[in-house]
Write a protein that binds this ligand. Sequence first.
Ligand code: HEC
Ligand code: HEC
Ligand code: HEC
Ligand code: HEC
Length: 246
Amino acid sequence: MRFKALLFGLLPAVFLAPAVANAGITATKHDFSGIGGIGQEPTGLCTFCHTPHKAMSTLLLWNHTLSQNVSFSWDVPETTAGTAFPTIPSDTYKGTTTKCLSCHDGSVAIGDIGWWNGGAPLPLTNNPIGDPAFQVGLGGDMSGNHPVAMPIPFNNAPSTYNGVGTGTGITLADWKADPQTLGIRLFTDDGAGNIKAGATAGLTGIECSSCHDPHNGNGVQGPYFLLGELGGSTANYICIKCHTKE
Ligand code: HEC
Ligand code: HEC
Ligand code: HEC
Ligand code: HEC
């Protein structure tokens, strides 16, 4: 049985400490460690997202309940280049994006996870992300959000990813050939919807985690777990790691 409730009055004090870019998860907004009850092993740094046994899905050993029956979509059919915006089913899509959205769309309690060995924790209450500043894709509405689960013209050539091909209006010269050399994470869709890390000619796309590392790991260069700098105009500025517009 999965629990749907966790008391967020129990959030550990580390939430109050300012997080340092690239210093790891500890003390960031993704640090959910130390939550537990009497007689219960407290959660570790990983438990809210991954667990070693009885995970909700094998891929990534994912341990947070996915949004239920939500289709994430945009308000327009395609980008200016003519690349179709996808409709992303919350529960069957295999890329990272729906995993982020399982918390960030504000529909599932942050603590809707399995405890160790898939067990139910003590009965506690919990809320979904309620602060609009941290919500993305509320009610499935991705309007105004940068494309994700979409192809990128890796190596300045069209790609197909998540069933979507790069639009014919793309200006191929306006892209960094391989943003991975700048610390961006790219993904390959094998054509059957299986998604793995790394780029493959013609099959490359981007996810939320192309721009953000949820672990606040080594590649993070700015606030918000960004794999680049939030501002400025140097080569590390996040937007020009993929777009050659500088
Ligand atoms: C807030 C959610 C969250 C927490 C907490 C978290 N992870 Fe992750 N983890 C993710 C997501 C999302 C991905 C997929 C990232 C991607 O697409 O590259 C991931 C990917 C991974 C991967 C596979 C890809 C890689 O980066 O090597 C490993 C291994 C991993 N996490 C281990 C851990 C461990 C160990 C912990 C605890 C110390 C942890 N994670 C805590 C969300 C989380
Ligand atoms: C287990 C739930 C959970 C998952 C999964 C999750 N997040 Fe979060 N994330 C949160 C919570 C909770 C906050 C803080 C919200 C608040 O303060 O109101 C947060 C905050 C953030 C922030 C702001 C950080 C800051 O320092 O202000 C970013 C950026 C973020 N998440 C991105 C992601 C991305 C990208 C993914 C997937 C790779 C992801 N999150 C997966 C729960 C989650
Ligand atoms: C193209 C890069 C890029 C992608 C892809 C991306 N983000 Fe972000 N994200 C940013 C930048 C830059 C910021 C900080 C500036 C801002 O908030 O507008 C940010 C901020 C955030 C924040 C902090 C609060 C806020 O809204 O400002 C959250 C949470 C977040 N992103 C979640 C996500 C999730 C979930 C996804 C996938 C659906 C995602 N991001 C995809 C670049 C990206
Ligand atoms: C990880 C690579 C990557 C990063 C980083 C990135 N983008 Fe994008 N961007 C893309 C992809 C892929 C598309 C979709 C291209 C297409 O139309 O096929 C896109 C599309 C766009 C579009 C066109 C949308 C439309 O409707 O035509 C704009 C504008 C844009 N990005 C701005 C930004 C800004 C601003 C940033 C920095 C916050 C940023 N991008 C960071 C990959 C990236």
